[in-house]
Ligand binder design. Sequence first.
Ligand code: NAP
Length: 438
Amino acid sequence: MIEYRNLRIGLLGAGNVGSQVASLLLEHQTELAERAGAGLELVGIAVRNESNTRRTELPRELLTTDAESLILSSDIVIELMGGIEPARELVLLALNSGADVITANKALLATHGPELFELAEQVGAQLYYEAAVGGAIPIIRPLHDSLAGDRVKRILGIVNGTTNFILDRMYTSGATLEQALKLATELGYAEADPTADVGGFDAAQKAAILASLAFHTVVPLESVYREGITNITLAQVEAAKAAGYVVKLLAICERIEDGTGSDGVSARVYPALIPEKHPLAAVHGAKNAVFVEAEAAGDLMFYGAGAGGIQTASAVLGDVVSAARRHVIGGPGIAESRHANLQILPISAITTRYQITLTVVDRSGVLAEIAEIFRNHNVSVETLVQSVEGVTGEANPPATLVIGTHEASESSLSATVADLAASTVVETVVSVLRVEGL
Ligand code: NAP
């Protein structure tokens, strides 16, 4: 039998994910040692309150409230506390002490990633974060390693399970947003305060992480354009369905070429229409998926559980094994690649397609006036569907126009919508949604 060197693992947090990580580390010790080439000894678990009930049965003697001492006696530190402080201070302490760090903390990485990666590089340690985006789905390592020789053009991600559950419920069962959110809360998919999910904040953090990684550029969270799903109505979802689209909250990371060699990066989160034949349209319930378009590899899709204690623990343990292998081999950690340093583009710089729904007065000449407004802003109309749904006997019932555009810039689109709203022939601008994935 091989005698392995023992690596000391310090775990910070024993909540949904941490308790599962601890149990798997203890239960699969032998197997993990074979894979890592080192014994993985869980030496302690830092928590806020030692007497809290845990999701899995953990040895009492491993629990401690002294996170600092635990870190200073660990070779590998797993941060699963969440939040910014004290997680940030503790990760900095761990790196400074020479430990490799594994974290699932997207909020921390999206706001303090550069500081943490810089320190890791300085001290020759490694920071692993597979579980920070897409839970169990392997997406960080594929972008980091497998696609390191390729050039990523665009990422479209469904990276928030709560909002996907809500939008899917509206699409499949005709529930309103409020009804779907209530069900998501009852089933444990949504937090008591759902703002981080429905407001798109969680997805924006993940977009910042994915864009930084995919485009070898620091993409600050503040530069990620964000719209949540709170204004999405059942009528919009049903109209989209009738037109062959599905509404999804997308995290979009895109390399935009300007033709002069100074490319830029756009990272943005908003609800968008995608064609029902697009692979992302088949992502139902609380599942996540990340669709990557690469220059040489073509289209790739990564799909699975975006959250859940045990599922996320799988990604964390993969990182533990990688960290242990690195310890066994020795040498400094691999620095995060930020060499491209592309400029970060504002939302006004992007072009995409739009679907605009209007109610207009039903009289002759209306279509010509609407077409004129689009022409004035160089927005080309691709499709136009008109329907009249007045009350029987009503003299001039309003007509509904659903207009699909060719690619147009955000600025031209905003100017068009402003003119439509001010036009005397338009009663209401019912909805403006971007169309992606065509
Ligand atoms: P959680 O259930 O809230 O657990 C947090 C744990 O950290 C608890 O055990 C808590 O101790 C401990 N803790 C918090 N503050 C502490 C402090 N100041 N000192 C010591 N211990 C402290 O969180 P979670 O759902 O497991 O999530 C952990 C991380 O994984 C987060 O960054 C989250 O974003 C990320 N993540 C979670 C999921 C998921 O499905 N849950 C998926 C992907 C990524 P007590 O138990 O004593 O209060």
